[in-house]
Write a protein that binds this ligand. Structure first.
Ligand SMILES: Nc1ncnc2c1ncn2[C@@H]1O[C@H](COP(=O)(O)OP(=O)(O)OP(=O)(O)O)[C@@H](O)[C@H]1O
Ligand SMILES: [Mg+2]
Length: 391
């Protein structure tokens, strides 16, 4: 496994078609490719117009696809662990079937699907692994394991330790079932795997996240938030795809749409700067079947190798001090420009006066800034450093 690419973005923006297109283009270049999706709606089968199973299915030369069912995945390896968590809840008087539902924390299923990556990293079956994530926000949170695993594993370890030694004694008092040694063993193995998964995700030469947005306000906002969050958790975003741009057609009905989309594309270019952007037009019809997806891939990537790491730096960097929090990010303007900053809730608006009018850049703020006020902003070269202080 030499390359791992995640596509994420708001619902319906084109994550699945872009993942398929990337996979097709990479396989054409001779890479051995595996495309994985965890979408319960079986969208890979729809996109390729053929049945894709939950084990790798040959799509065409060099290209395999897999529709992972997270629940099956979890049941396969972690049934014991899940059963134990469920028994914890049911020991508190919660109905067993509901206890299972609760034990299955939201998004937990996604983690178990991602563990497939960890398994794959031991084999040499594929060069490029592409993951079509479910509608983002949710899904991307579970990519932030690198930071989570540390604390999670410590918690689980102490949990395991506590129960192995003490639980049998407390069991009758606490009315809590003690985990069996099998449960503890599974738990410890799981922690090891999660840590390895975290290493895979953090490796910038290996793993990239790519944002898919359309030229509309919500999907761009969503992608920007994902970008900020990815940087916050130390993951690399190497490309943004703006998909479904209405081409310039001589049709008065669409004139307003075209004008508005041009503005959103400019907005996206400014906001994702300096992450490279690839643009794709809205095709004449849905993108289904290998031929159409290959056409889309050609227009999207041209002569580029889609497996390249297109960008490797953090756009946002963060620094915590006792009572302050600084955020540093590159902006497409220098000292000479006049700019104004305004904080509105969890967003920072940067208004830049330029010869062609005002350009507005909206930066999503991390939750750490809640309860802090914007205290300082200064430009250093092409970087803007914004400091927040506790009130
Ligand atoms: N450039 C395009 N031109 C025409 N149709 C497109 C284009 N991009 C995507 N589509 C169509 O839009 C629909 C949504 O695309 P897709 O399923 O890839 O989005 P998604 O982000 O994966 O959605 P979901 O969030 O539901 O998983 C599909 O019917 C797809 O064929
Ligand atoms: Mg999809």
């Amino acid at each position: 496994m030499k390359r791992v690419i995640f596509y994420t973005g708001k619902g319906g923006t084109g994550k699945t078609v872009t993942s398929c297109a990337t996979a097709l283009a990479c396989s054409k270049l001779g890479y051995r490719v595996l495309l994985m999706s965890t979408d319960p709606a079986h969208t890979l089968s729809d996109a390729f117009n053929m049945h894709i199973g939950n084990e790798s299915t040959l799509v065409k030369e060099n290209l395999y696809a897999m529709q992972i069912d997270p629940v099956v995945e979890m049941g396969k390896q972690y049934q014991q662990l899940l059963a134990y968590f469920a028994s914890l809840f049911s020991s508190r008087g919660i109905d067993e079937t509901i206890a299972y539902e609760i034990a299955m924390l939201p998004g937990m299923t996604q983690i178990f699907s991602m563990l497939r990556l960890e398994e794959l990293s031991y084999s040499n079956d594929y060069d490029v692994v592409i993951l079509d994530m479910m509608a983002s926000g949710e899904a991307l949170r579970y990519l932030y394991l690198p930071k989570l695993v540390g604390s999670l594993s410590r918690r689980l370890f102490s949990f395991a330790g506590l129960f192995s030694g003490m639980a049998r004694i407390i069991e009758p008092i606490a009315k809590m079932p003690a985990p069996s040694s099998d449960v503890i063993k599974t738990e410890i193995e799981l922690i090891g795997k999660l840590e390895r998964l975290a290493d895979i995700l953090k490796d910038r030469g290996l793993t990239s996240i790519r944002l898919v947005a359309n030229p509309d306000l919500f999907s761009i906002e969503n992608a920007k938030r994902s970008l900020m969050a990815a940087n916050l958790f130390g993951l690399n975003v190497d490309l943004a795809v703006i998909n479904k741009i209405i081409p310039k057609v001589d049709e008065p009905y669409f004139a307003g749409w075209i004008r508005q989309q041009e503005e959103y594309v400019r907005d996206a270019e400014m906001n994702f700067y300096p992450i490279p952007i690839r643009k794709a037009r809205l095709f004449e019809s849905e993108l289904r079947g290998i031929d159409m997806l290959e056409r889309y891939a050609r227009e999207l990537f041209g002569d580029y190798d889609p497996a390249d790491v297109f960008f490797k730096e953090d756009i946002f960097t963060f620094e915590y001090k006792d009572d302050s929090f600084s955020m540093r990010f590159r902006v497409p303007f220098t000292e000479k420009d006049d700019f104004e900053l305004e904080r509105l809730g969890d967003q920072l608006t940067i208004r830049v006066r330029s010869t062609t009018g005002n350009i507005v850049n909206i930066v999503p703020l991390p939750s750490a800034t809640v309860g802090m006020r914007l205290s300082k902003a200064r430009l250093q070269g092409s970087e803007l450093i914004v400091t927040f202080e506790r009130e």
